[in-house]
Design a binder for this molecule. Structure first.
Ligand SMILES: Nc1nc2c(c(=O)[nH]1)N[C@H]1C(S)=C(S)[C@@H](COP(=O)(O)OP(=O)(O)OC[C@H]3O[C@@H](n4cnc5c(=O)[nH]c(N)nc54)[C@H](O)[C@@H]3O)O[C@H]1N2
Ligand SMILES: Nc1nc2c(c(=O)[nH]1)N[C@H]1C(S)=C(S)[C@@H](COP(=O)(O)OP(=O)(O)OC[C@H]3O[C@@H](n4cnc5c(=O)[nH]c(N)nc54)[C@H](O)[C@@H]3O)O[C@H]1N2
Ligand code: SF4
Ligand SMILES: [Mo]
Length: 712
């Protein structure tokens, strides 16, 4: 048992972002007095960002709920856990009995992927509910990458990761890891790894409509018009094909479909796409050549290329480019990790390798991995008819902040019969809840990253014990999901035998905790580890650099990479149309700040302080044309909504592009988020458009929204 009073320093992995930094947490008399980077951590090597230390402030936050609350006419009323479970099961069962299980939506938010309790039992809980109206953060994030992996490698979890530690050329589209700390590219210590790249003579090149913090450190930065990535990479492919630079031996050894790719990119010369993308033809041509002729080189794209009208096409073109230039599964190229928990087996068990097995009722958009796009959630709520959504459960998510056209979702949620949140803040979304079940804080529980350690630049495994004693009157996320699942008819994991076993155990008073499940997954994983073994390695276990894994890692029928999925080839015509289309005068894109984490960390005083970050970046030429000056308030109007923000005139953004961070707009929650409400700033998603999605992946186009800007 932990002695709460003895002063001590513990190691811990930060659960907030994909960097998974190792922290050293000092406690004195049971209170956290210091959090700093752990220099011995096998992944992050001492690096951390201001959010790591802020974990303690969330733990201490008086606004953080510790007990379930029920909304009543006279305000929020605290309930015992027993009562809360009873209300939850009664209300969910009632909606299910009257409208069917699919009338209950579940949204699984981003922190869920950083929480092994939610990874462990969210699917079992949703199975117990019996609903297929499932939504997750990937449809405002990584869906294009997941779909590309499903179609090219046969497995949504087979995501090739840049081998940053051994590459000589990293060309990056639409990512800003110096601030985001990397996505689908877990590396810890981003700054250190970029410095190492330079030290060994390597180069970083960034394409971004904004000269970002990462771009400032790069050898080259090129502006690209939002949405231009698919056209740009098709043009790079065209150069490689036309100039005979295809790595034919490598392609023949591992992949099918080269001829179709050659045909598909043929008309996309760098000169033809230059006008629309804003990238000079000579830059495209030179970088295509350099990438193809540098033995250790990587093309990488992330959120800017995903939350994009051509999200899947761009992700696919990037992956195809890495294959045809011989950089897939090669040291210094992109490689598949071999994590301690077998992600592929886990994904298979959860049934996530599928696309289009069913479609959304109103707009007919395809599911991916069993989830519908968040972009259709509000229309599924406010469009009457059979199958209409009547209830919502959110698990670690704030869709009214993070999804497109939040105003409509806000309104639609108000019309639901029952809303329940597993969350510890009353925010834009959970204020609509009838019932909130708050889990214990991360520092009160153990921590393991079963998903993100499978997306890391080295194979490492790290286990963290609770830092502070768990609140005896609290419940962990896994317990909440487990209890609800059992009471709603039994957890459903996809295996009948397993489900019967779980029910029998539960009846005998034994529950398979998230820790025990992780132990099982570690023991059956490729490295034969266990929680016990990891407890002996407080700085993490280094399992070595990435190693070639083909063809073994592929899950396609013939164990070969599929370069030319039909749906993607058919989608290339949309890029043709985009090249010829008239372009809006101004489009809006997003950005991240080091002290933000989507919508979730603004109630922390140390992160909320400082100057207003939610400014509208605008190029001087646009400002002059629109009569806006630095510091003036601008009104930004889109097809669906409007917002106001102070203008920051700067040539860091390209002409015709304005930028605003997401995750702001907490003024609606002044009574429950006392610090966040003082952070000024509108919610960018009041103007993003839920009607606008990448049709293949259903990802919302949150970058590149056409807007009119004027003096407010
Ligand atoms: N315009 C625009 N919008 C975007 C983006 C963008 O770039 N531009 N980015 C998108 C991306 S990439 C993502 S991932 C989404 C994220 O959007 P969401 O998935 O909605 O995630 P958050 O905004 O982080 O909200 C997290 C919620 O989880 C709660 N929470 C935190 N930790 C825990 C926990 O341990 N357990 C439980 N039960 N709850 C917890 C918090 O209180 C909060 O309510 O936003 C997307 N929205
Ligand atoms: N500090 C902080 N860190 C975070 C988060 C956070 O909110 N704050 N969120 C976490 C999450 S959930 C995620 S998914 C990751 C995301 O991590 P990243 O993928 O690095 O995401 P961003 O920092 O949003 O960088 C996206 C970049 O794309 C650019 N861009 C916009 N449109 C386009 C386009 O059409 N083409 C190109 N080429 N570029 C474009 C934007 O200007 C921006 O610089 O960050 C994670 N880390
Ligand atoms: S970069 Fe910051 S938020 Fe991300 S894991 Fe490290 S300390 Fe946590
Ligand atoms: Mo994300």
């Amino acid at each position: 048992m932990l002695d709460p009073d003895a002063p001590r320093t513990l190691t811990r992995t930060c659960n907030l972002c994909e960097a998974m930094c190792g922290l050293l947490v000092t406690l004195e008399e049971g209170r956290i007095t210091n959090i700093r980077g752990n220099p011995k951590d096998v992944l992050s090597r001492g690096h951390l960002c201001p959010k790591g230390p802020a974990l303690a402030e969330v733990y201490d936050d008086p606004d953080r709920l510790r007990r379930p609350v029920l909304r009543t006419d006279s305000g929020w009323k605290e309930l015992s856990w027993d009562e809360a479970y009873r209300v939850a099961v009664e209300r969910l069962s009632d909606v299910r009995a009257r409208h069917g299980a699919d009338s209950i939506a579940v949204y699984l938010g981003n922190p869920g992927v950083h929480n092994h309790g939610i990874v462990a039992w969210a699917h079992g809980f949703m199975g117990a509910l019996g609903t297929r109206s499932r939504f997750d953060a990937n449809s405002v994030d990584a869906n294009p990458k997941l779909l590309t992996s499903l179609w090219m490698y046969g497995d949504v979890t087979a995501i090739p990761i840049p081998d940053i530690d051994r590459t000589d050329l990293l060309v990056m589209l639409g990512a800003n890891p110096l601030v985001s700390n990397g996505s689908l590219f877990s590396m810890g210590d981003v700054k250190g790894r970029f410095q190492d790249l330079k030290r060994r003579g390597g180069r970083l090149v960034v394409f971004d409509p904004r000269r970002t913090e990462t771009a400032e450190k790069a050898e080259e930065h090129h502006f690209i018009r939002p949405g231009g990535d698919a056209a740009l990479v098709l043009a790079m492919l065209q150069v490689v094909v036309a100039e005979g630079l295809v790595a034919r031996d490598a392609v023949e050894a591992m992949a099918d479909g080269l001829a179709e790719v050659e045909a598909a990119c043929k008309s996309f010369t760098p000169e033809r796409v230059a006008g629309a993308t804003g990238v000079p033809a000579e830059v495209t041509r030179r970088l295509a050549r350099e990438l193809a002729t540098t033995p250790r080189a990587v093309l990488y794209g992330r959120v800017g290329t995903s939350l994009n009208p051509f999200g899947t096409l761009a992700s696919w073109a990037i992956d195809v480019f890495n294959v045809v230039t011989g950089h897939l599964d090669r040291e210094g190229g992109v490689m598949f990790p071999n994590p301690a928990v077998d992600l592929s087996a886990l994904g298979k068990r959860l049934g996530i390798n599928g696309w289009g097995r069913f479609r959304s009722r109103v707009r007919g958009l395809p599911e991916l991995s069993g989830n519908l796009p968040l972009a259709v959630m509000s229309e599924e709520m406010d469009t009457p008819g059979p199958g209409q959504l009547r209830a919502l459960v959110t698990l670690a998510g704030n869709p009214v902040s993070s999804g497109p056209n939040t105003e409509r979702l806000d309104r639609a949620m108000g019309g639901l019969e029952f809303v329940m949140a597993v969350d510890y803040y009353i925010n834009e979304t959970t204020r609509h809840a009838h019932l909130i079940l708050p889990p214990r804080h991360a520092l009160e529980r153990s921590h393991y990253d079963p998903v993100l350690l499978g997306l890391s630049v080295r194979d490492v495994a790290k286990w963290s014990e609770p830092v502070v004693p768990p609140d005896p009157g609290g419940q962990d996320d896994w317990e909440i999901l487990y209890t609800l699942g059992m009471r709603l008819g039994g957890l459903r994991t996809g295996s009948r035998v397993a489900d019967l076993g779980l029910r029998a155990l539960n009846a005998a008073g034994v529950r398979l905790s998230a820790d025990r499940l992780m132990d099982l997954l570690l023991r059956t994983g490729p490295h034969g580890l266990s929680v016990k073994a990891l407890r002996k390695a407080p700085n993490g276990l280094d399992l070595g650099p990435l190693k070639p894994r083909l063809p073994g890692r592929l899950r396609t029928a013939n164990r070969r990479v599929q370069l030319a999925p039909r749906a993607l080839l058919d989608d290339v015509v949309r890029v043709e149309a985009w090249l010829a289309a008239e372009r809006p005068a101004i489009v809006l894109i997003g950005r991240r700040h080091l002290r933000d984490n989507n919508s979730g960390m603004h109630n922390v005083p140390s992160l909320a302080k400082g100057r207003d970050r939610a400014t509208l970046l605008m190029h001087p030429a646009d400002a002059a044309r629109l009569g806006l000056v630095d510091g003036a308030r601008a009104r930004v109007q889109s097809r669906v909504g409007a917002l106001e923000a102070p203008v920051e005139v700067t040539d860091l953004v390209m002409p015709g592009v304005v930028s605003l961070p997401h995750g702001h707009g907490h003024a609606r929650c002044a009574d429950t988020l006392h610090t966040a409400a003082t952070v000024p700033g509108p919610n960018i998603n009041d103007v993003t458009d839920a009607e606008w999605v990448d049709p293949l992946s259903g990802v919302a186009v949150l970058n590149g929204t056409p807007v009119d800007v004027c003096v407010a």
